[in-house]
Ligand binder design. Structure first.
Ligand code: SF4
Length: 379
C-alpha cells in the first residue's frame, strides 16, 4: 500500500508563522494544475502498489475549483491502482468553505476534510494573519459536519499571552461540533517568518515554552476525557478516525509527493521537488522531474524510527531496532535512554520490548528523541 500527496502551492495571504512553500499570486494556477497532472502521469511506473491514501496539502488546496480537484483525482484513478476504500483528504481553510462548496465537495471522491481553524478567537486569528475570521470558522464547521463525517481541525496553542481559560474555550468549542479528529501544534517560531521578525524587533513578545506545555497538558486531558486517543504527539483521533495518510508516513510506508516542495519516500530513498513554482513549471514543461534524491543510510533510518516511535503510541520496538539496524544500535539506544527511563520520561511496555514516552515525557518527545539519535554510522 502507498500514498500520494499533492502540494497545492498557493495561499490567499501569508500567515505570520508559516514557513511552508506557497505563492500568494494565483496567476499560474491553471498551468500548475496541468503540471501536477503531468507529474502524476510521468511517475506512474514508480508505484505498483495500490494507492490507499490521497492527500491534498499545501498551501491551500481549498482554493482549487471542484472541477480542478476532480481532474487531479481522475488523473490518479486513470493511471494508478487505487484501493476500493481510499482515504482522500482535502486540507481546507474556513473562508473557502461556503455551504455551496462543501455540498459540491461532498459529491467528489474527497471523504475527509482537514480544516485549518487554528483558533475560534478573532484576536488570535488577526495576530497570526489568518485569512478567515472567527464567524467563518464556526459557520464552516456547522456546514461541514452536515456533509462529512470524517473531519479534522487544526488548533494552535502556546499563542503569546493566551490564557488557560481562553485555550480551554477553544477546545470546548471544537468539541461542541463532535468531530472525530483534532491536530494541535504549538506556535513555533521558524526562521525567516514574519513572526520571527516581529519577535526580533520587539514588536511581539517571544513564545513561552512553559505556557505551551501547560496548554498541551490541558489539551491531552480534555481530549482523552472525551474519548480521543492521543496517537501521535500532535494528533488525537476517535477509534477508526486516525489519519491513514499520516499513520502510513510514520510507519515508514511509501509515498509519492507531487508538486513544488513535495517530498517522496520509496522505502529506501527520500526525494524532494524544487520549492519554486516557476522553476517547477518550467522543468515539468521540459519533461524533467525537478527533484533531488538522497539515499537514507542505516543511521538515518534508525534516527527516523526513534523520532516517530517516541511521537506515536506505537513506541519504539527494540526487536525491530535490532533486526533492522543491528545490535549496536539497540545497545546505543538503551544506553542513551537510561536516564530518561530513570526520570520516568520514557517507559517500557510489552515485557520491556517497547520503549515509549510516558505521560511526563510526551511534550518533550522531540528533545528526548534527539538525545537518542546516532550521529554517525556504526562501522
Ligand atoms: S494558509 Fe496554511 S500554508 Fe498558507 S500561509 Fe497560512 S499556514 Fe501557511
Amino acid at each position: 500500500m502507498a500514498g500520494i500527496y499533492i502540494h497545492i502551492p498557493f495561499c490567499k495571504q501569508a500567515c505570520h508563522y508559516c514557513d511552508f512553500h506557497f505563492s500568494t499570486s494565483m496567476k499560474k494556477k491553471t498551468e500548475m494544475i496541468e503540471a501536477l497532472a503531468k507529474e502524476i502521469i510521468t511517475r506512474k511506473e514508480e508505484f505498483s502498489e495500490k494507492i490507499e491514501t490521497i492527500y491534498f496539502g499545501g498551501g491551500t488546496p481549498s482554493l482549487l475549483l471542484v472541477d480542478e480537484i476532480n481532474f487531479l483525482i481522475g488523473t490518479i484513478y486513470s493511471n494508478y491502482k487505487v484501493d476500493a476504500k481510499p482515504e482522500i483528504t482535502l486540507e481546507a481553510n474556513p473562508d473557502d468553505l461556503s455551504s455551496e462548496k462543501i455540498k459540491a465537495l461532498a459529491q467528489t471522491k474527497i471523504n475527509r476534510l482537514s480544516i485549518g481553524v487554528q483558533s475560534f478567537f478573532e484576536d488570535d486569528l488577526k495576530l497570526m494573519n489568518r485569512a478567515h475570521n472567527a464567524k467563518e470558522a464556526l459557520r464552516c464547521l456547522d456546514n461541514a459536519t452536515k456533509y462529512f463525517s470524517n473531519i479534522s481541525i487544526d488548533l494552535i496553542y502556546g499563542i503569546q499571552h493566551m490564557s488557560v481559560e481562553k485555550w480551554k474555550k477553544n477546545i470546548h468549542t471544537a468539541l461542541s461540533f463532535n468531530i472525530p479528529h483534532i491536530s494541535s501544534y504549538a506556535l513555533t517560531v521558524e526562521p525567516k517568518t514574519a513572526l520571527a521578525k516581529f519577535i526580533k524587533t520587539g514588536a511581539m513578545p517571544d513564545v513561552d515554552d512553559e505556557l505551551a506545555q501547560q496548554h498541551f497538558e490541558i489539551l491531552v486531558e480534555m481530549l482523552e476525557k472525551k474519548g480521543f486517543v492521543h496517537y501521535e504527539l500532535s494528533n488525537f483521533g476517535k477509534e477508526g478516525y486516525f489519519s491513514r495518510n499520516n499513520t502510513a508516513y510514520w510507519l515508514g510506508k511509501k509515498y509519492m509527493g507531487i508538486g513544488p516542495s513535495a517530498h517522496s519516500f520509496d522505502g529506501k530513498n527520500r526525494s524532494w521537488n524544487i520549492n519554486n513554482n516557476t522553476k517547477y513549471l518550467n522543468s515539468i514543461h521540459n519533461g524533467v522531474l525537478p527533484k533531488e534524491t538522497e539515499r537514507l543510510s542505516v543511521t538515518d533510518r534508525y534516527n527516523e524510527a526513534v523520532m516517530t516511535g517516541l511521537r506515536t503510541i506505537w513506541g519504539i520496538s527494540l526487536h525491530k531496532i535490532e533486526n533492522k539496524y543491528g545490535k549496536p544500535y539497540k545497545d546505543y539506544l538503551l544506553k542513551q535512554a537510561a536516564r530518561y527511563i530513570k526520570e520516568d520520561l520514557l517507559t517500557f511496555t510489552d515485557n520491556k520490548q517497547t520503549l515509549k514516552t510516558g505521560k511526563k515525557g510526551k511534550f518533550l518527545a522531540d528533545g528526548i528523541a534527539s538525545d537518542l539519535f546516532m550521529l554517525k554510522d556504526i562501522a
